[in-house]
Design a protein around this ligand. Structure first.
Ligand SMILES: C[S@@+](CC[C@H](N)C(=O)[O-])C[C@H]1O[C@@H](n2cnc3c(N)ncnc32)[C@H](O)[C@@H]1O
Length: 251
């Protein structure tokens, strides 16, 4: 028997869902490897250093057709962390075509099923996905439907600017177990500030590309590193850096 692929070892999902994930990661990786995408990222860094501009509507236009998915290894780590802490309610800041959302939904569905099987009071959970581009959200929904029952029932997608949609109380769980910040950098700290009052002790906040885009994440990193805000953090050495912060406020 051949040894299982690493993704199969890390992530519990049907072969069909693994196939979908492999397909979507391959599409995203191919886009990221193009010369035009490399030039785009270099131009953004150049503009930041020369003019201080962190994002623009032209950059939004460029990104409208792009997956920019969280890489598979980071998604696997995120899934395992969510399983490890028994996360039931997760907020995803930046959904795009919904690849990372699939991992989060698998973890939530499996955690809820395990808790309900253990015989306590019935529990439920969900991933709150956020995407400002309606066309991207629509495509994400299609992929989640294709993934089926393991995935789609566990996702609520909020379409629009997440700085507004995440403030909507209806359907927002009182306690959040995990927050993924996979969003344009100027939005990372404002998003964390909206969600922080709901973070339960031990909640995990993840932020992508914190080494590569360190100057653009200055405010988020200062906030996470300030002891009065209650986070313990480390940067995992995945491509571009992957920040893992655990919310452990003093009692
Ligand atoms: C890096 S991508 C997310 C990738 C996704 N997490 C994945 O792994 O497949 C960031 C997404 O955030 C969306 N976005 C940007 N600004 C936003 C805002 N203000 N509100 C909601 N979504 C926004 C972008 O349209 C883009 O699709």
């Amino acid at each position: 028997m051949s040894s299982p692929l690493p993704a199969t070892q890390a992530v519990q999902a049907s072969p069909r869902v693994h196939d979908i994930l492999r397909r979507l990661h391959a599409l995203s990786d191919a886009q990221e490897k193009t010369l035009s995408q490399t030039i785009f990222y270099l131009k953004r860094l150049f503009r930041f250093y020369v003019t201080g501009e962190t994002w623009s509507s032209a950059a939004d236009d460029h990104m409208r057709e792009k997956f920019v998915s969280l890489e598979a290894d980071k998604c696997q780590l995120m899934y395992l962390l969510a399983r490890s802490i028994g996360a039931k309610n997760i907020v995803e800041a930046g959904t795009s075509f919904g690849v990372s959302t699939i991992y989060l939904a698998l973890a939530v569905g499996q955690n809820v099923a395990a808790l309900n099987a253990s015989g306590g009071a019935p529990v439920t959970g969900k991933v709150i996905a956020t995407e400002k581009e309606p066309t991207k959200a629509e495509k994400a929904r299609k992929y989640w439907e294709e993934a089926g029952e393991e995935v789609s029932p566990w996702i609520e997608v909020r379409v629009g600017d997440l700085l507004e949609t995440l403030k909507v109380e209806e359907g927002m769980p009182n306690e959040i177990d995990m927050l993924l910040l996979d969003i344009w950098t100027p939005l990372a700290l404002p998003t964390l500030k909206i969600i922080r009052p709901r973070l339960r002790r031990g909640a995990i906040v993840l932020a992508d590309n914190t080494t590569m885009a360190k100057p653009l994440y200055k405010e988020l990193l200062e906030y996470l590193h300030d002891p009065k805000n209650g986070f313990k953090t480390t940067t995992a050495p995945y491509s571009g850096g992957f920040e893992i912060a655990v919310y452990l406020p003093s009692e």
